[in-house]
Design a protein around this ligand. Structure first.
Ligand SMILES: [Fe+2]
Length: 239
């Protein structure tokens, strides 16, 4: 049950949300996710901004509830492992083997969920239809033959993932682009690779609108990739 103090806090956030034009329930989810070192990042656009490719209700539940739950789970795990205080999410996931065994699975699942979704919101854009440019476009051509070749491979990775997981474009330690798939919320960071672009193929990402038609959802996501963001990650990972 919500006590008076948390009710006041949530109420104040709701007023602030109305003042800033954000949805109060979105801000409430952030309040619920507080209480540890990590917090739910706000969506960088409105819930309905990716319509008709991804519907508003899916975005609301996916961001506020699913991502919010990963943040809460991560904070709860970290509360049991004070030695990990101050570590970034990237440090936690790339150094999973050094994480105390008692919380390793929780950090792998909830920390992976937090990092994967934080990337996912940013690699989507309401201004879809653009194509990769510059160095990234050349690297995609050289590795996959063409942009179509890359899209074909990542679609196959997305369709080939049995059950829940992700399809990724990653960069390995030798600077080579790869398409791969991870199960559950596993992060490519834990395998020593940098995730550049990911497609969430958990049913929670598409079932309300697409039901069993995962291929239609994957094709829709590929229309709303923020290639500027992916290019920036590619540049940073190479550096
Ligand atoms: Fe998800």
């Amino acid at each position: 049950m919500m006590n008076r103090r948390s009710a006041l806090k949530t109420g104040a956030l709701g007023v602030a949300a109305i003042a800033t034009g954000l949805r109060p329930d979105s801000v409430q989810a952030q309040a619920q996710a507080s209480g540890g070192p990590f917090s739910l990042p706000p969506l960088p656009y409105a819930f309905d901004a990716l319509e008709p490719h991804i519907d508003a209700k899916t975005m609301e539940i996916h961001h506020d509830r699913h991502h919010g739950a990963y943040v809460n789970g991560l904070n709860q795990a970290l509360a049991k492992a004070p030695a990990l205080a101050g570590k970034s999410i990237e440090e936690l996931l790339s150094g999973l083997a050094q994480v105390p065994e008692a919380v390793r699975t929780a950090i792998r699942n909830h920390g992976g969920g937090h990092h994967n979704h934080s990337l996912f919101w940013k690699m989507l854009t309401p201004r879809g239809g653009a194509k990769p440019q510059g160095e990234l476009a050349s690297a995609l051509d050289s590795q996959f033959g063409s942009l179509d070749g890359f899209q074909d491979q990542i679609s196959k990775a997305a369709m080939g993932r049995f059950g829940s997981g992700w399809a990724w474009l990653t960069l390995d330690r030798n600077g080579k682009l790869m398409v791969e798939s991870t199960a559950n919320q596993d992060s490519a960071l834990s395998e020593g690779r940098t995730p550049l672009l990911g497609i969430d193929v958990w049913e929670h990402a598409y079932y309300l609108k697409y039901q069993y038609r995962r291929a239609d959802y994957v094709a829709a996501v590929l229309k709303i990739i923020d290639w500027d963001f992916v290019q920036e990650r590619y540049r940073a990972a190479q550096a």
